[in-house]
Design a protein around this ligand. Sequence first.
Ligand SMILES: NC(=O)c1ccc[n+]([C@@H]2O[C@H](COP(=O)([O-])OP(=O)(O)OC[C@H]3O[C@@H](n4cnc5c(N)ncnc54)[C@H](OP(=O)(O)O)[C@@H]3O)[C@@H](O)[C@H]2O)c1
Length: 298
Amino acid sequence: MITVNLRAKSPKAKIARLPPTLDTDASATVESLVGSISAATKLGPERIRLTLIDNTRLLPGTLLEKYDLQDNSIIYVKDLGYQVKWATVFYIEYAGPLVIHPLLYHFQSLFYHQEFAHSTIQTTVLNLVLLHYLKRELETMFVHRFSNATMPVLYIFRNSFHYWVLSGVLLGYFVYAPNACADLPPWAYYALVGSWVFAEISNFITHLILSSLRPKGTTQRKIPYGYGFSMVSCPNYFFESLGWLAVVFLTRNWAAAVFWTVSTVTMFKWALKKHSKYKREFAGKYPKNRKAMFPYIA
Ligand SMILES: NC(=O)c1ccc[n+]([C@@H]2O[C@H](COP(=O)([O-])OP(=O)(O)OC[C@H]3O[C@@H](n4cnc5c(N)ncnc54)[C@H](OP(=O)(O)O)[C@@H]3O)[C@@H](O)[C@H]2O)c1
């Protein structure tokens, strides 16, 4: 049995009823420690995040002995605030473009104050966007195995901005505007729609591979292999970016280019972090020639 000291992570955000010390068995699980803190503070366990002085997170599903805790070790406790299911946030995010695109496309007199015939490209983009976000909703429901069950409720607003405003309003408003996307010669049209289909199917395959790495109900992480993973750590982001690039060339519209740039830069930043995490986590075993997101480049 050891006695650990508990401190609020931020001195400004005090946690009511947080006991200064707690006795625990070093061979107990992180969940049991979280459970004791939850019982004392009356905060739900999903709101509690524990870290050590060097910011190492005490991960659910691990034993306390993994962190080499001693008598009087300090554990920092953070109240993450009200939580919402991770999947719920995704459903809400992706619902934005699914609602906004059909509205902008079908109610043209309301948004553009005139009636006009859409170009083939505009109708195609509507269908591609709907298929893309429907795929994402279904993947959230049936494919992804997230390690975090919940996230702070305020994240809904932060994360939704990208999908509702950039992918929904900005992209939709300017792409469905009168005379916005002139048609292309058939060879260019089919090449771009074909590239989009290839990118979406490839993105789906990488999601199946990621999901196969983690037995249901666990948070296990493994090194992914196969398909784009032989070249990059995050081929799912690479294919996602490729799909939206096809939309940029189909539409030749600045709003599509802005959305593609913001998405790709965001995914690249995440890919760099995930890439270094893989190298840290699987030191020595991680394939050395893999890049983060762009094959042979970075
Ligand atoms: N257009 C855009 O701006 C944009 C931005 C971001 C994402 N997206 C799309 O949304 C998709 C999902 O994004 P994401 O950021 O959630 O992707 P991600 O972090 O690569 O993860 C996808 C799923 O696989 C799991 N996973 C990842 N690596 C794993 C490993 N080594 N072992 C076991 N499981 C692992 C993740 O679990 P964890 O919960 O543990 O991470 C998550 O459930 C992307 O592939 C992309 O298509 C689009």
